[in-house]
Design a protein around this ligand. Structure first.
Ligand code: TNX
Length: 536
């Protein structure tokens, strides 16, 4: 239908919701463009507006995306009125070495008669389209785009969110929506945490028990009557997994929105679900046959047998066929070494492999995986614990225990992604109210915005190793997709601006945030509606 959907922004004369102060104000773009100058007048968007594509532009894909977005969010039917005058044109063109320059950059020039978006690559054109969507404002006569000139390109190449789909499962439809909303923030990496103690969520053809067994668990705690299966009298299993077909669809979907999915297969710790499925992978002779349902750091580690390395390489071989992106994440976090220390078999293996201590065994483990991934043309990334015992030669470090890991990585010439707790941990509460979910610690949208992606602890010269920033959504305490949204937004808008825009402007950001919240409503995305710092 051609009418604005539920929750589209109110006209200024509309209801008095605090979110209805829309439109009339100037452009409120998040993340802020590098350069923007206001012109005069506005371009009216609607049934007379024609999309035009220059040489080499995939107009079907880009036009399909833009037309769908305009229709679904604001009920705008582009180019449906037939008799199209030449002046009412939105043109996309590829310009080698264009003025915006650089990967993902674009320029956008709008006037009352014409909008031209140009970029050096299709990613830039896509982001031009996203900016165009954010420029829409509803006036009495319909939607307009104000006259403006924008030159834009990102500060960092890695602008990520991590979603933990192991502790709680989100269906593929939700992942798709999450991708859509990420793209509208110009975020470009979805780090997908697919395996952990509490579940293995990725179908692996060679090892079907990983998901037959590893994707399901008996929920912790006393079961409510509704959770008892009448057929067995036992609690229903909680779980779910992503088939390889689901994954292929999601990867292609993400790619069409400039998002690369970086899968994470966690090792050598966080391995309980895999071990429940295949006990031979364990250090213990008789590991628990159950997938654990409670939180915390588990002692279960993969052993260091050749057969286990073979298993992991087989898994990664399937992973690389599913995920075409450059990076594969192998975890490495929180692998307490007690089981390795206590096992005579592992100690014997350490001597065979020439590892002096358990850290060196972990280092050997990760190097093995790196050699394998390199042979497949990929790069290994892992949590900062992979520094312990010696970093694999080409590894990229994701720094989560503060930024020390990033400092060490950059100092030794390795690339790094900044995703430190507490600030960039979105399982922490976004503000201090007794009812807000999440961990007790608080990281407000202002805290996130204040995060410095160019820390002084890393020398200016070494900062080239900072690929970018990422916020992490661990889901022990985030049980539903709606809650993922609540915890992700609007803090994701803050990290998007930190990763994209050249300078900080908290006052401007918080003013523009009101427009972003309206967009969330239009998109039917839940958000934590209190962009205020903690009251004192
Ligand atoms: C630490 S951060 C973990 C996760 C937990 C998280 C909870 C990291 C690499 N490992 O397993 O979910 O803390 O905040």
């Amino acid at each position: 239908g051609g009418s604005p959907g539920n929750g589209s922004p109110q006209s200024p004369s509309g209801s008095e919701s605090p979110l209805s102060r829309t439109a009339i104000e100037g452009p409120r773009i998040i993340p802020a463009p590098r350069k923007m100058e206001a012109g005069t007048g506005a371009f009216a968007v609607g049934g007379n507006t024609r999309l035009e594509f220059g040489d080499g532009v995939d107009g079907e894909r880009l036009g399909g995306y833009l037309t769908g977005l305009f229709q679904e969010t604001y009920g705008i039917g582009l180019g449906t009125a037939g008799n199209v005058p030449d002046s009412n044109v939105i043109r996309f063109e590829l310009t080698a070495g264009g003025s915006a320059g650089g990967p993902e950059g674009y320029s956008l020039a709008s006037s009352p008669s014409r909008i031209v978006i140009s970029a050096a690559d299709s990613r830039g054109l896509f982001y031009g389209a996203v900016t165009l969507w954010q420029l829409l404002s509803k006036q009495q006569g319909g939607f307009v785009v104000p006259a403006v000139t924008i030159e834009d390109s990102p500060r960092f190449a890695w602008r990520g969110l991590m979603l933990d789909s192991a502790r709680h499962y989100q269906p593929p439809e939700f992942i798709r929506k999450f991708i859509d909303v990420m793209a509208l923030h110009k975020l470009n990496v979805l780090h997908w945490h697919l395996t952990d103690d509490q579940a293995w969520r990725l179908e692996i053809k060679k090892y079907p028990r990983l998901t037959e067994v590893g994707a399901w668990r008996v929920p912790a705690g006393p079961a409510a009557a509704a959770d008892i299966d009448p057929a067995t009298g036992k609690p229903r299993l909680y779980g779910g997994f992503y088939s390889q077909e689901d994954v292929r669809d999601l990867v292609a979907y993400a790619r069409s929105r400039n998002i690369s999915i970086v899968p994470e297969i966690d090792m050598p710790g966080h391995a309980s679900a895999a071990i429940a499925a295949y006990p031979k992978l364990a250090v213990l002779d008789r590991p628990s046959p159950d997938v654990p349902a409670d939180w915390g750091v588990y002692p279960n580690l993969f052993n260091a047998e050749e057969a286990t390395f073979q298993f992991l390489e087989d898994v990664l071989a399937e992973v690389v066929t599913l995920f075409p992106g450059e990076y594969i994440h192998v975890g490495g976090d929180e692998a307490v070494k007690d089981q390795w220390k206590a096992s005579r078999r592992v100690q014997a293996r350490m001597r065979e492999l020439g590892a002096k201590d358990e850290h060196e065994l972990q280092s050997y483990f990760i190097r093995r995986m790196e050699t394998f991934l390199t042979s497949k043309g990929r790069r290994l990334i892992g949590w900062d614990e992979i520094l312990e015992g010696g970093l694999a030669p080409n590894a990229t470090v994701m720094s989560w225990r503060g930024i020390d890991g990033a400092v060490a990585a950059a100092a030794s010439g390795h690339d790094t992604v900044l995703s430190p707790q507490p600030t960039l941990y979105f399982d922490r509460r976004p503000f201090d109210t007794p009812t807000s979910p999440g961990r007790v610690e608080i990281s407000t949208v202002e805290n996130v915005y204040a995060f410095d992606p160019a820390p002084a602890a890393i020398s200016e010269e070494q900062r080239k190793h900072i690929l970018g920033v990422q916020a992490n959504l661990w889901t022990e305490h985030i049980r539903t997709p709606a809650r993922v949204e609540f915890m992700a937004f609007p803090r994701a808008a803050a990290i998007a601006e930190v990763g994209w825009s050249p300078t900080k402007d908290w006052a401007g950001f918080s003013e523009r945030l009101s427009a972003q919240l309206e967009r969330y409503q239009v998109l039917d995305v839940r958000f934590a509606e209190a962009p205020m710092p903690r009251p004192v």
